[in-house]
Design a protein around this ligand. Structure first.
Ligand code: HEM
Length: 506
């Protein structure tokens, strides 16, 4: 016998009973069985039969900055693209990487709730539309915003502001080119987008270099960070009270500051109405909420949550998508000049492009679709869904309380669904009219079903117009650093290294 064998034999036969009692042995075996069961710990503890394939153990993929890629790879490797089960701590997940199961999940009333993260709860977002439980309060918020913020009439009415902000960005870019010789586009797009949302929500624009504007920008930045963070307390309840990452503490401090600032803006609106001095931002969303009839009226803290959420949802998605599109424009000069020719043809090279031109720019629209396919701002559809009651997806039983995700990135990069999925080719949408608003699950960057993005038309109107303005004004070329398409998934899918490029006058 070798010394190793001797040691092993000693361990097996001579470990004292007190250390390796049958009870402990049983516990270890049971724990290993639970841990190694398909889908991992949380599934093993549930009443569901283990019919859904899934990796055992804790999946750390969600904690990384490329969760969409990690989950897509895992699902492919175990043949679970239609549905994969996995656990993170005590949270039971399913993820779909296929249009059929994605449709079943997103369009089922059983998945009309969202799991609420600690950060969202602490920031009072459970009182805003995105995280409010499915029910009367949520339905009411959707109805109010559909009528007063997202209706075609409202979107058209804000066209002038949108256009003016687009022109302001063109001016800022020109100035930056003059001083620096290159532009970090993300900053320009972020502040443009933030002001655009501020205009429709608060009825005013801000100077983000000082005073209220400076504070607002700091609050938005901190909020993005907290909401985008993977928080272990969400999945390991015992860790919750320890608040190891300090998320709860930071959220509470932030919620206080948001209350003061947004509360003050609401108060200003109230005062103006009492003074009868007319409303500067007549018809902004604060006024809409203040005008609600008694039974629909929101408390002040609910109003803060609703307004604050709009700022969060409306700002980064638009700015981040535009940054990806511009990166593509720099990388594909032939596509850029094709879009520019389309714009020039419609404006006759004699006037500035505007909202009313967009329906006549099919190639520009196809290019936006292709960018949404390759770089969906919410690759896992931003925030997940929660099973309100027991339900079946296909033949699989899903118990109430399961978190369901759709990996839209995996679907839009699946070669069984899209020919040459890694090739940037807007032409694919010229030959086939694919709706991106939620009816075709091969490309649903705004989600689908009851909780589909209510801001999709506003978001697209903004992206289309600003893109047309940026391409009409400048020829976009790479700076010395080139273009790096590496991704980083925070709250949205961002460019890891911000795009720095040169905008040459046309
Ligand atoms: C390019 C722009 C945008 C993209 C890609 C986007 C994407 C999404 C996605 C994927 C969802 C989840 C849908 C689902 O669960 O099925 C969502 C929800 C939501 N979005 Fe957007 N969004 C965009 C712009 C906007 C804008 C401009 C606003 C408002 C100003 C907005 C407000 C919301 C809200 C409030 C929800 C939650 C709806 C609910 O849970 O009932 N989004 N968005």
């Amino acid at each position: 016998m070798t010394s190793f064998d001797l040691e092993t034999a000693f361990l097996l036969f001579f470990v004292p009973k007190t250390v390796f009692s049958p009870v402990i042995a049983f516990a270890i075996v049971a724990l290993a069985a639970v841990w190694l069961s398909p889908g991992g710990l949380a599934w093993a503890l549930s009443k569901a039969p283990r019919s859904i394939p899934g990796p055992p153990g804790v999946v750390l993929a969600l904690a990384g900055t490329a969760a969409h890629r990690a989950l897509a790879g895992l699902a492919r490797s175990i043949g679970a693209t239609r549905l994969m089960a996995f656990s993170v701590g005590l949270t039971r997940f399913i993820v779909s990487s296929h249009p059929d199961t994605a449709r079943e999940i997103l369009n089922s009333s059983a998945f009309a709730d969202r799991p609420i993260k600690e950060s969202a709860y602490e920031l009072l977002f459970h009182r805003a539309m995105g995280f409010a439980p499915f029910g009367e309060y949520w339905r009411n918020l959707r109805r109010i915003s559909a009528t007063h913020l997202f209706s075609p009439r409202r979107i058209a009415a804000f066209g002038e502001h949108r256009w003016a902000i687009g022109e302001q960005m063109v001016g800022d870019i020109r100035a930056l080119m003059g001083t620096d010789g290159a532009v970090e586009l993300k900053r320009v797009l972020h502040f443009g987008s933030l002001n655009n949302v501020m205009m429709s929500v608060f009825g005013k624009r801000f100077d983000f270099a000082k005073g209220e504007g400076l504070e607002l920008e700091a609050l938005v930045k901190e909020g993005y960070e907290l909401l985008g963070m993977f928080n272990w307390s969400d999945h390991f309840p015992l860790l919750g009270w320890l608040d190891l990452q300090g998320v709860r503490k930071r959220c509470r401090r932030l919620a206080g500051r948001v209350n003061v600032l947004v509360g003050k803006i609401i108060e200003e609106h109230r005062r103006k109405r009492i003074d009868g001095g007319g409303l500067d931002g007549a018809g902004d969303f604060v006024d809409v909420l203040l005008d609600l009839e008694k039974e629909e009226r929101l408390s002040d803290s609910d109003m803060v949550a609703v307004l604050w959420e709009m700022i969060f949802r409306g700002t980064d998605t638009v700015a981040i998508l535009l940054e990806w599109i511009m990166a593509r424009m720099v990388l594909h000069p032939e596509i850029q000049s094709k879009v520019q020719s389309e714009i020039d043809a419609i404006t006759g090279n004699s006037r500035l492009v505007s909202d009313s031109d967009i329906p006549h720019l099919p190639y520009l629209q196809s290019m936006v679709k292709e960018s949404l396919r390759m770089h969906p701002p919410g690759p896992l559809l931003s925030w997940a869904r929660l099973a309100i009651h027991d339900v079946h997806i296909g033949n699989h039983f899903i118990p109430a309380g399961t978190t369901a995700m759709v990996n839209m990135w995996a679907i839009t990069h699946d070669e069984a669904i899209w020919a040459n999925p890694n090739e940037f080719k807007p032409e694919r949408f010229m030959s086939e009219d694919v709706s991106i608003l939620g009816s075709d699950l091969r490309l649903a960057p705004f989600g689908s079903g009851r909780r589909v993005c209510p801001g999709k038309a506003l978001g697209l109107a903004t992206v289309h117009l600003w893109l047309a303005q940026l391409l009409q004004s400048f020829q976009w070329v790479a700076s010395d650093g080139g273009v790096d398409l590496s991704e980083c998934l925070n709250m949205s899918l961002e460019m890891k290294n911000p795009l720095v490029c040169r905008a040459l006058p046309r």
